[in-house]
Design a protein around this ligand. Structure first.
Ligand SMILES: CC(C)(COP(=O)(O)OP(=O)(O)OC[C@H]1O[C@@H](n2cnc3c(N)ncnc32)[C@H](O)[C@@H]1OP(=O)(O)O)[C@@H](O)C(=O)NCCC(=O)NCCS
Length: 186
């Protein structure tokens, strides 16, 4: 059974290691334009994933959660999921997620974690969730579709605050390299 809990500052190193040093990491960071030699340092990661993601001090801006598996009386941390909203308009929020290694993928864990976070942000009053996997990440796209997301053409002015429009168009992988997916919360 999959659960999520608010991450703590001491979880940040784990989040970094699972993102950049897992067995799936090269396939993701190559798409982001990094090589093994140029991946962000932990200090750079900390500058992007600021304290508030891990100490819960600015929930209106973003929050990181640890995904854990509860099974036969034992618990294991297996991934990271987070939301951010400070670059977006109104009641719109963005998700990102990664599991700790490939052996945990393909069991429905990621999709279940997304569904849990969706329910949480709905209760916080958000109306739309976006998520932007690389167009080459078929597993992620499939998972997000199972969670109810649908593909849409990105119209930046409909989603992004004016000062972030350029960044929004660029995305994590360069213009046109991601699949823009939306879940409307009713
Ligand atoms: C993306 C991720 C969170 C999805 O979580 P997950 O637990 O693997 O997702 P699920 O198991 O619920 O669903 C994955 C689906 O993709 C399918 N799949 C696996 N590999 C695939 C591939 N190469 N092409 C198409 N579909 C694929 C699986 O069969 C499954 O579908 P099914 O349930 O119909 O069998 C997880 O795989 C992960 O952390 N991947 C590495 C990091 C990453 O890519 N993060 C996303 C960045 S946007």
């Amino acid at each position: 059974m999959i659960e999520i809990r608010g991450a703590k500052l001491e979880d940040r190193r784990k989040a970094y290691d699972w993102l950049y040093f897992s067995d799936f990491s090269p396939s993701i960071y190559k798409l982001e334009g990094y090589t093994k030699e140029t991946i962000p340092s932990f200090e750079e990661f900390k500058a992007d994933y600021e304290d508030y993601y891990f100490d819960g001090s600015r929930p209106e801006k973003g929050r990181c959660f640890v995904i854990f598996l509860r099974e036969e009386g034992r618990e294991e941390d297996i991934g990271i999921i987070f939301y951010s909203s400070s670059h977006l308009l109104g009641k719109i929020i963005e998700f990102d997620i990664w599991l700790k290694e490939l052996s945990y993928a393909g069991h429905g864990y990621g999709t279940q974690a997304i569904i849990k976070l969706v329910s949480m942000v709905k209760d916080l009053g958000y109306e739309k969730v976006i998520i932007r996997p690389s167009k080459y990440n078929r597993r992620a796209i499939k998972s997000y579709k199972k969670a109810g997301f649908v593909e849409e053409e990105l119209n930046p002015t409909e989603y992004c605050q004016e000062k972030y429009i350029e960044e929004c168009v660029e995305g994590d992988y360069g213009p046109g390299e991601d699949v823009f997916m939306v879940l409307v919360l009713k």
